[in-house]
Ligand binder design. Sequence first.
Ligand code: 5GP
Ligand code: MN
Length: 353
Amino acid sequence: MLKINFIVYSQPMLWNKIEQIKDLLSRKRQIVIVSHRNPDGDAYGSSLGLYHFLKKKGHTVNFVTPNDSPDFLKWMPGVKEILIFEENQAAATEVLQRAEIIFALDFNALNRVGNEMQAVLEKIDPVYVLIDHHPDPDDFADFSFVDVKICSTSQMIYQLIAALGELDLLDKEMASCLYAGILTDTGSFRFPNTSGDTHRIAAHFLELGIEHTKIYGLIYENSFDRLKLLGKAINNLVYLKDYRTAYITLSNHELNKFNYQKGDTEGLVNYALSLTDVIFAAIFIEDKQQGIIKISFRSKGNFNVNELSRAHFNGGGHVNAAGGRSEKQLNETVAGFLGILPKYKDLLMQGHE
Ligand code: 5GP
Ligand code: MN
């Protein structure tokens, strides 16, 4: 098989503490990997990719996730071994308490794991290694590897393994997980965060035999209900030409009508953003169970939805993709959103792609 051994580092300086990580991993350790609440493709992909790598190196490894994932991620190798904190608090807490090293992946603040798991993390004292691509990380880790220019934490895990000089250990299993994370965080290699390195790394994964067509299908194929829900979402789309903004709402009633399953609303906001001339898109989803409206924001170019979400919707994320929440009713939340738009009008009209 063709062996690819070119070096892929967009940011060699990022890994300047790699010798200390090598030292940390130079003997068998109790390691726990944690990622954020409501895990997405990159949270699962990066964590499971690293999980398989560290196990192959002989460490004792657990992956603890705050809550369950959507079904479309459950094909990933290693998924059955995940400890879901919300469903198995005692076992997850015990594993966390035993950890010598905790790798925190794909999130920038401890509160992203949810209150109960955060309380456990705050009471223990392992070595924390943070690997993430979100801006403005909180200062909780002993080692922080953060680069907002890298498309995904999964790509960073590949680069970590490269920096450790261990790419020879990479196999189809790890590659499939990491590829899934890159695929979902780059919108299938189309967002501006996709770089030459991203494609070179994907090329390496293909050489390792990953089944990319199958992986794409496992992640993106729709159930009949989900496709009908997409129809409803597009029917609810509102276009605010004067603000270059579009938004979608989905009420609890509408979700129930299409037999909503976790993950069914993933990516819907991108349909609003796909409108020509629109540079700012939002989706408001009523979550009766949590008693909140879950919001996703997306933008094109330099319009910063991370700042907007932090300022008004209790959330955050990246410049072009952020999440947020509101404790008000759906219609009041949308009214509040419409109320803040005039403040952003100049930025929205100046914003470019
Ligand atoms: P999504 O809209 O898909 O839920 O989230 C988009 C991006 O924003 C993801 O990178 C996600 O990690 C981040 N994000 C979502 N919700 C929050 C939040 O409440 N706080 C912060 N800091 N980031 C979030
Ligand atoms: Mn990510």
